[in-house]
Ligand binder design. Structure first.
Ligand code: NAD
Ligand code: IPM
Ligand code: MN
Length: 355
């Protein structure tokens, strides 16, 4: 029997609403597969915890999480606690402490009806964004000088190390080679005359070891246009932390919205737990109403299953997402349905059992 020990961090706003549905799906799989089981340990960390304890997670939180195989997270951040505190002390902290330097964010149209790009099909919109997840513009390096004075200056430094840049680019080449797809680097060397010039050089250098991989390199502004006008040109994409953040919300926009976008924060060496989470945030505008779409969080479950070598189940979960999307009655309002978060989860499990 294989047991996967999962730390649950439902977090803030709709985070807990959608994570509950992902857990339902894993429990249903456990009931159908004698060789697989999941154990769940929930941690109540997030903004409410902060308001009570003055910190986003327990002092030994990182130490506690270390012993798990994976972390399944909902969302972090809520009005009442400044975002730069809540995110830096929980979500970004976990990504950094566990060196989850690869962020895998599929941009995949699951049903033609979902894209606002009317002429585009499921074949046209199907690519994987590999976002650098440990440094770059998210290094947290900077300074705030002469605060409140007329000469006030604020610095936010992007940090691109040889190690950090090479390892993500190499990971992307490997993925392109493995899946026999083209690799596109998205950068901005024309304006960011240190970081992105270096990025482009490393992309070329590492590429010499992968003559079999066809490559493209676009500036991030043009790439954003192409994602809308001609998304078919992307297959595997590698990009920096901030650009990856922005273009994957754009990716969500062309594939059905944030209710349908997932991301895996992976430590490929498996030295530390990896973390699976939807791309979306805590959505304060709909939190507590029971209408959040749980499908992004359920897709994260599919990524988790793939990561642990349960690709068969990962594929079944993704297929089930496709099936349920075909039936508007069973969807939440963001996808033009009338169902609640929990109803989607219950129907999902019924469909899954028939797969
Ligand atoms: P958001 O992703 O929470 O919401 C953006 C829009 O998308 C909102 O209109 C929301 O209602 C909608 N939306 C998001 N997820 C949805 C779902 N599952 N179903 C239906 N609609 C959905 O982004 P925001 O409003 O900019 O941020 C809110 C808070 O979340 C902030 O504190 C932000 O820092 C944080 N945040 C956290 C994460 C994370 O934990 N990974 C990601 C993004 C934002
Ligand atoms: C994401 C989020 C985070 C990021 C925020 C909440 C810090 O937007 O996971 O996409 O920028 O990485
Ligand atoms: Mn984001």
């Amino acid at each position: 029997m294989k047991t996967i020990n999962i730390a649950l961090i439902p977090g803030d706003g709709i985070g807990s609403e959608v994570v509950a549905e992902g857990v339902k799906v894993l429990q249903a799989i456990e009931a159908m597969d004698d060789s697989l089981s999941f154990s769940f340990t929930e941690f109540p960390w997030g903004c409410e915890y902060y308001l009570e304890h003055g910190k986003m997670m327990a002092d030994d939180g990182i130490e506690k999480l270390k012993s798990f195989d994976a972390i399944y997270l909902g969302a972090v951040g809520y009005p009442g606690v400044p975002d730069h505190i809540s995110l830096w002390d929980l979500l970004l902290r976990i990504r950094k402490e566990f060196d989850q330097y690869v962020n895998l964010r599929p941009v995949k149209l699951l049903n033609q009806s979902l894209t606002p790009l009317k002429s585009k099909t499921e074949e046209d919109i199907d690519f994987l964004v590999i976002r650098e997840n440990s440094e770059g513009e998210y290094a947290g390096a900077g300074d705030w000088l002469f605060k409140g004075k007329p000469e006030e200056v604020v610095l936010q430094t992007g940090v691109f190390s040889r190690k950090g840049t090479e390892r993500i680019i190499r990971y992307a080449y490997e993925e392109a080679r493995r899946s026999k797809r083209t690799l596109t680097s998205i950068s901005k060397g024309n304006a960011l005359n240190y970081s992105m010039v270096f990025w482009d050089e490393v992309f070329e250098e590492v590429g010499k070891e992968y003559p079999d991989v066809e490559t493209y390199s676009y500036l991030v502004d043009a790439a954003s246009l192409y994602m809308v006008s001609d998304p078919g040109r992307f297959e595997v994409v590698v990009t920096s932390n901030l650009f990856g953040d922005i273009i994957t919300d754009l990716g969500a926009g062309i594939t059905g919205g944030l209710g349908l976008a997932t991301g895996a924060n992976v430590n490929p060496e498996k030295e530390f737990p990896s973390m699976f989470e939807p791309v979306h945030g805590s959505a304060p505008d709909i939190a507590g109403k029971g209408v959040a779409n749980p499908l992004a969080a359920i897709w994260s479950v599919s990524q988790l299953l793939d990561f642990f070598g349960e690709e068969k189940w990962g594929a079944v979960v993704l297929e089930t997402i496709k099936s349920i999307i075909g039936d508007t009655e069973r969807l939440t309002p963001d996808l033009k349905g009338k169902a609640s978060t929990a109803e989607v989860g219950d129907w999902f499990v019924e469909l899954l059992k028939k797969k």
